[in-house]
Design a protein around this ligand. Structure first.
Ligand code: PEP
Ligand code: MN
Length: 346
């Protein structure tokens, strides 16, 4: 069961609900979204029905939800959510009505490379800068990222270019340092089912970008989001990044149907990563177009000033000469589907 509080409910009213549930032997998880607080209950559903929660001050309504993901379910939240990143001038929405582009280098390599990539991202109309400081590499011999130095570079580039940043976390021990430097924490495909990491990120107080596990069903992905939500954080954006199939022509198979399916099941925004799904630069534009056409709330795109010498994923990174064509194509499509997006004229 989920208890949906009024937008204006006070802390005391929220605590009263939690107290009543815990005294009755249940567990209550408070989750705060941009517009309202909801409380997920675990325990005997019939018993909760007798507690009179619906009539308590501050309670808007209660909903019985049978799916294994409740807080992120659309059952109690028919409107789709908008997640906001950054603050002040960099305050950026991700949700309905907007096409949010997040772009940047797969890995932060140097300050100069990150700054140049951020400039390309800006030309692409990105309102969020992506860059990896801690890289979860399949091979233990591959470049693992600059770590803390990478975070410092990202924070410096943010102050120079004025875009909020999203960066990946691979170890729960790094939550504090990453939350201190970044505006959004990314959970990559390899860690989607790392439940301790999901819980740690859920407590970090920063929005979360949750990529779909490469072999995860949509339901498993939503349950992973529920781990984050259960720790009090509903500021979650889902990212479809391609799944493993028998097909070898592309790096992964972009599951385009996951976008409308996840949006129907969950109120969370859903974006698409055309770079890691296709794995090739020339596929980024067609896959982006497919994503926007099917209703994605945003795109996560790799760009690099010198893809040929990139330390990670150069084959899929857009270079300077690719930007204009994609920006024009996204501008036309965004207008058609009624989403705001604007790339600066070059
Ligand atoms: C990334 O976005 O840099 C990344 C490693 O992606 P994924 O987790 O989807 O492989
Ligand atoms: Mn990558």
């Amino acid at each position: 069961m989920v208890v949906v509080m009024h937008a204006a409910a006070s802390e005391a009213e929220v605590s009263d609900v939690v107290d009543r549930v815990t005294h009755a032997g249940g567990e209550a998880f408070i989750s705060r979204g941009a517009s309202r607080t909801i409380i997920g209950l675990i325990g005997d559903l019939d018993h909760f029905g007798d507690l009179g929660l619906d009539g308590m001050p501050g309670v808007d309504h209660t909903v019985r939800i049978s799916t294994p993901y409740k807080l992120v379910s659309r059952d109690h939240h028919p409107d789709r959510s908008t997640v906001w990143l950054g603050s002040g001038e960099t305050h950026t929405p991700i949700g309905p009505g907007v096409l949010t582009v997040m772009a940047g280098p797969c890995a932060v390599e140097t300050e100069e490379q990150t700054l140049e990539a951020a400039e390309l991202a800006r030309q692409l109309g990105a309102t969020v800068l992506r860059g990896g400081a801690y890289k979860p590499r399949t091979s233990p011999y591959a470049f693992q990222g600059l770590g803390r130095r990478g975070l410092e570079i990202l924070a410096d580039v943010r102050s120079e270019i004025g875009l909020p940043i999203v960066t990946e976390i691979v170890d729960a021990a790094d939550v504090d340092i990453i939350a201190e430097h970044a505006d959004m924490l990314q959970i990559g495909t390899r860690n989607m089912a790392n439940f301790a990491l999901l819980q740690a990120v859920g407590s970090a107080g920063k929005p979360v970008l949750l990529k779909r596990g490469m072999s995860a069903t949509i339901e498993e992905w939503l349950m992973a989001a529920e781990y984050v939500a259960q720790r009090g954080n509903l500021e979650i954006v889902l990212c479809e990044r391609g799944i493993r199939t028998f097909e070898t022509a592309t790096r992964n198979t972009l599951d385009i149907s996951a976008v409308p399916v996840a949006q129907a099941l969950s109120h969370l925004p859903v974006i698409v990563d055309p770079s890691h799904s296709g794995g090739r630069r020339e596929l980024v534009e067609p896959l982006s177009r497919a994503a926007v056409a099917v209703g994605a709330d945003g795109l996560l795109i790799d760009v690099h000033p010198h893809p040929e010498s990139a330390r990670v994923d150069g084959a899929q990174a857009l270079a300077a000469e690719d930007i204009t064509e994609i920006a024009e194509s996204l501008t036309a499509l965004a207008t058609t589907v009624g989403r705001s997006y604007s790339a600066p004229a070059r």
